[in-house]
Design a protein around this ligand. Structure first.
Ligand SMILES: [Zn+2]
Length: 286
């Protein structure tokens, strides 16, 4: 891999607080084989190294890559035909979306992210039907896209053990449907009812695989998809796995007024207080 000297009028090296950064004026970064060797004044580094290429100028700002802390897909639901509905209707509208290639879809969004200065992403995957045996190939393709393009990724697969379509059990929901569509709804929802142990096994094998590879760009984490999608057992077990494997958890919470009302009815308190009481919040789920 080539060596490069990247220069700028301002080289931002790191954040010191939420409002302050460390800046080197007329600075530069020398990288060799994808590793930063030295950061310092441009004149000094230009005299010391013979880079294959000099990027930037005395008019540019050079800064660390951005982190996209919540990401799902490449082609957006709008591009795939879903209008910008409220979340609950939006999920329904997405049922008709066409199947797409996970490798290409991930590459597509990776291009967009890199173009925007993002070099690290938290990728929350999931919303796929079971059986869990179908997931490793899909995940391997998705992670290969990040490997090929060179982005850092924290990958997690959303765990959903209940209430896949609305804020009540699939059986209760199906029982309320007119006979003309009840069977279709049941056939649609059943494959999503994957046992918790299958989700945990999937996490475990993925974690072992990527720990074994010793990748410095890809990490595997956990994702209880949302409070209404996880019963307390699923939350507790994932929390235990997070401690056991030393990984973070990423979770959706309180995205709509309906979810707030659901949390109140289920727990008698707020979603956040419930999670806190269960000991699920912490450094691994801030
Ligand atoms: Zn999300």
């Amino acid at each position: 891999m080539a060596s490069t000297l990247v220069r700028g009028k301002y080289v931002i090296t790191k954040a010191l607080s939420r409002t302050e950064v460390e800046i080197i004026e007329n600075g530069a970064i020398f990288q060799q084989d994808g590793r930063i060797v030295e950061i310092g004044p441009y004149e000094e580094l230009a005299a010391k190294y013979q880079p294959d290429e000099v990027l930037g100028s005395e008019h540019d700002v050079v800064m660390p890559g951005f982190v996209n802390s919540h990401h799902h897909v490449g082609l957006t639901p709008l591009q795939l035909g879903s209008l910008d509905y409220p979340l609950e209707l939006w999920f329904a509208s997405r049922l008709s979306a066409r199947k797409i290639d996970f490798y290409l879809d991930t590459l597509y969004s990776a291009f967009e992210m890199i173009e925007s200065g993002i070099t690290t992403v938290q990728h929350i995957h999931g919303w796929l039907p079971g059986p869990a045996g179908a997931w490793p190939d899909i995940t391997a393709n998705l992670l290969k896209a990040y490997e090929d393009i060179g982005m850092r990724v924290s990958y997690c697969f959303g765990v959903r053990t209940q209430n896949h379509f609305v804020y009540e059990s699939n059986d209760e929901f199906v029982a309320k449907q007119p006979p003309s569509i009840a069977a279709d709804m049941e056939a649609l929802l059943k494959p999503h009812e994957v046992p918790l142990k299958d989700y945990l096994c999937f996490f475990e094998s993925l974690w072992q695989e990527w720990e074994g590879k010793g990748s410095d760009r890809i990490r595997i984490q956990l994702a209880p998809a949302n409070l209404h999608w996880c019963d307390d057992e699923a939350l507790t077990q994932q929390n235990e796995y997070a401690q056991k494997y030393g990984v973070g958890m990423h979770m959706h919470l309180l995205e709509t007024p309906y979810q707030m009302e659901y949390a109140k009815r289920r727990t008698g308190t707020t979603a956040v207080k419930h999670l806190n009481k269960m000991g699920v919040l912490g450094e691994h789920l801030p």
